[in-house]
Design a binder for this molecule. Structure first.
Ligand SMILES: Nc1ncnc2c1ncn2[C@@H]1O[C@H](COP(=O)(O)OP(=O)(O)OP(=O)(O)O)[C@@H](O)[C@H]1O
Length: 253
């Protein structure tokens, strides 16, 4: 992303952020409450636009390895003769960029339909293929053995950790390039959190993951890169093995 700023009702909450989230890496955003972590995450799938009074400036590109695509249509270089990447439609962007929230946002339908419904909406796949992709997604998040006998039971009956994995399976079934995770373990106990963390480490081999966390220890456990946000800026950009003491202090100030 290049010089990305976000305003809510004229108040600037992101200050010209320029950053790159490496492919097949877990980038963890940490920082004090209100520093802009969630807003930054939501620029990547343009979710901020769903809120009243929001204006976004700057440019975001998505590099999938095969394609170079523009997330935001604005481009100051319009008249410079530099070839412009293809702009992404919002529906396509939301399919390519999956998102998980602090508390699992399951739909009030069966386990199976939680994954199958969005899949049916965005793909032309036949019923048998939908079923195959639902099963694959459940296996990918380690839920298959736990839910195979209750696929058509209400998803609300699952535990919190299972519900969060179901949400992850729903996002993965759409075959995204990027996963955005907003404190995905915030509502889970330590065992369910560790399960999700291990899962993310495995998924990072295939997906680009950008995650918000309030836990520095979690950031150190799973993050390949740690980005520290403060007052709408990324003030530190650290690799996993870098000494964090200065940065830790910055966060605590
Ligand atoms: N929909 C919105 N409407 C108005 N202001 C908003 C909206 N979303 C975020 N903000 C403002 O943007 C600023 C950054 O909020 P954001 O949620 O991104 O911070 P955060 O670092 O994720 O905080 P937390 O760690 O508490 O979740 C805050 O001042 C917040 O009030």
């Amino acid at each position: 992303m290049d010089k990305v700023s976000v305003y809510f009702f004229g108040h600037q909450v992101l200050q010209e952020i320029t950053a790159a989230f490496q492919r097949h890496n877990i980038s963890v955003l940490i920082g004090r409450s209100g520093s802009g972590k969630t807003t930054l995450l939501r620029t990547i799938n343009r979710l901020n636009e769903e809120f009243a009074g929001c204006v976004t400036r700057g440019q975001i590109f998505l590099n999938t390895g095969q394609e170079h695509l523009a997330v935001y249509p604005q481009d100051d270089r319009k008249n410079t003769g530099i070839p412009q990447p293809a702009p992404l439609k919002l529906t396509s962007l939301r399919q390519r960029v999956g998102m998980l929230f602090q508390t699992p946002n399951i739909f009030p339908v069966s386990v199976y339909k939680n994954i199958a419904l969005p899949l049916t909406l965005v793909s032309q796949a036949a019923k048998t293929e939908i079923q195959e992709r639902v099963y694959q997604a459940l296996q990918l998040v380690g839920l298959w053995a736990e839910v195979r006998d209750g696929l058509h039971k209400p998803a609300q009956r699952l535990s919190g950790g299972q519900q969060q994995r179901l949400c992850l399976a729903r996002a993965l079934a759409l075959r995204p390039d990027i996963l955005l995770l907003d404190e995905p373990t915030a509502s889970l106990d330590v065992h369910a959190s560790r399960y999700i963390e291990d899962l993310l480490t495995t998924l990072a081999e295939q997906y680009t993951i950008v995650m918000v966390s309030h836990s520095l220890t979690q950031a150190r456990r799973v993050g390949h890169t740690i980005m520290i946000c403060s007052q709408g800026r990324i003030t530190h950009h650290l690799d996993r093995d870098e000494q964090l003491s200065t940065a830790e202090l910055e966060v605590l100030v």
